[in-house]
Design a protein around this ligand. Structure first.
Ligand code: ADP
Length: 400
């Protein structure tokens, strides 16, 4: 039985899922949190067995990988008898820059290139690299694959990915737009084509991955031609705690007025802004919807800003594709919030979008929420980045 382990490392966390690729079922999944902090925690959820939680000092990702493997092998809560049952490991990597337009088998040379990418993704790639290194050390004989959030968007045309900055900055520092959440956009667009029972090669789609981080993609004939995120995942629509598009002149202005250093400013724009900064309530849309219902004006404003900006992207993406067959909602908000889907889809009949409020009351499962006669379909499709990573990993390992 082919078992593929998928690992997604953040700066202080490691998420994992072990798949049985025969039927794509999840054998176990889990999360190691608070790595490097005083007390860390492993939560391990095996399929058909009791889950466990272990708190311990988890000083680094190597220890986290060891804890994950121990849990997978545990007599009572594990799902493996021997570590050799793991056929391959797939790693999520945030930024592949222009170096990777698809997933790759990890070698020493690939590791060197990944390290080069840190220059343009200092916030996101280091934890991914640390996780890969730890896994390679603990599982030296297991083939590993890197799957990049940016890869799917490498089909964006140059006139879409360039900024209006001197061309030399692109040549010297690779400053350009990359786009993110590619694994998710790719997965849901393929699922959407299946749902519509049409070849993806003839579809014009807009996929909205709306979660803590949100991005929107224009997918024409199966290829990403535009994504709302840019050089980093800060660009685009307003997000949970990220500002999204702002006038760049605001950045030095605030730095000067508030005495903020470049490092701190990056953190500020990533962590203190977005709907959280606007509302002062929360970055979680459940809290915002509740607060808005109870009359909180700033929570209401944050929700209106989010839906308005999503609507603007949809309009502009329909324009660049010269039409629209479907919009797809995914991510925690897209999959679960009927309110937000309704706000975004309101008054878009001109694009052929018309959603049925009864059908829209769906949560977390695939559904067509449009009226029968709607020319452009509105679909809800739960994303499954882990499965996509496992599938890519399997196909690369098989063909090796
Ligand atoms: P990430 O980008 O971290 O992967 P998710 O895609 O899991 O995040 O999305 C998490 C967000 O989804 C939460 O912050 C919350 O705002 C939103 N969310 C989850 N469930 C609901 C719901 N029922 N209604 C509204 N928003 C929800």
């Amino acid at each position: 039985m082919l078992k593929v382990l998928v690992i997604n490392c953040g700066s202080s966390s490691l998420k994992y899922q072990l798949f049985n690729m025969k039927d794509q079922s999840v054998l176990a999944k889990g999360l190691v949190e608070r790595i490097g902090l005083e007390v860390g925690m492993l939560k391990h959820m095996p399929y058909c067995k009791d889950k466990i939680e272990v708190s311990d000092n988890i000083p680094n990702h190597k220890v986290a990988v060891k804890m994950m493997l121990d849990a997978l092998l545990d007599k009572n809560h594990g799902v493996l008898k021997d570590i050799s049952e793991i056929s391959a490991v797939g790693h999520r990597v945030v930024h592949g820059a222009e170096k990777f337009s698809g997933s790759v088998k990890i070698t020493d040379e690939v590791m060197d290139v990944l390290k080069e990418c840190v220059a343009i993704a200092p916030l996101h790639n280091p934890p991914n690299i640390v996780g890969i290194e730890a896994a390679r050390e603990m599982l030296p004989d297991v083939p590993m694959v890197g799957v990049f959030d940016t890869a799917f968007h490498q089909t964006m045309p140059q006139y879409a990915y360039m900024y209006g900055l001197p061309y030399e900055l692109y040549e010297k520092y690779a400053v350009r737009r990359y786009g993110f959440h590619g694994t998710s956009h790719c997965f849901v667009s393929a699922e959407a084509a299946k749902m519509l029972n049409r070849p993806i090669e003839e579809l014009k789609m807009i996929t909205l991955h709306l979660g803590n981080g949100s991005s929107i993609t224009a997918i024409k004939n199966g290829k990403s031609i535009e994504n709302s995120m840019g050089f980093t995942p800060l660009e685009g629509i307003i997000m949970g705690t990220r500002c999204g598009n702002i006038d760049p002149a605001i950045v030095p202005f605030i730095m000067e007025k508030e005495g903020i250093s470049p490092d701190k400013m990056n953190e500020y724009l990533n962590k203190k802004c977005g709907v959280y900064g606007i509302s002062g309530v929360s970055s979680d849309f459940r809290d915002l919807e509740e607060a808005a219902k109870n009359g909180n004006k700033r929570a209401d404003l944050a929700l209106k800003m989010f839906s308005y900006q999503a609507k603007k992207f949809i309009g502009s993406y329909a324009a660049i594709m010269n039409g629209l067959d479907a919009i797809v909602f995914t991510g925690g908000i897209g999959e679960n919030s009927a309110t937000m889907r309704q706000m975004i889809c309101k008054d878009m009949e001109y694009l052929g979008i018309k959603i049925d409020e009864a059908k829209n009351q769906v949560r977390g499962k695939q559904a067509d929420i449009s009226f029968e006669e709607a020319k452009a379909k509105a679909l809800v499709i739960p994303t499954n980045e882990e499965l996509m990573i496992a599938l890519d990993t399997m196909s690369l390992v098989k063909t090796a």
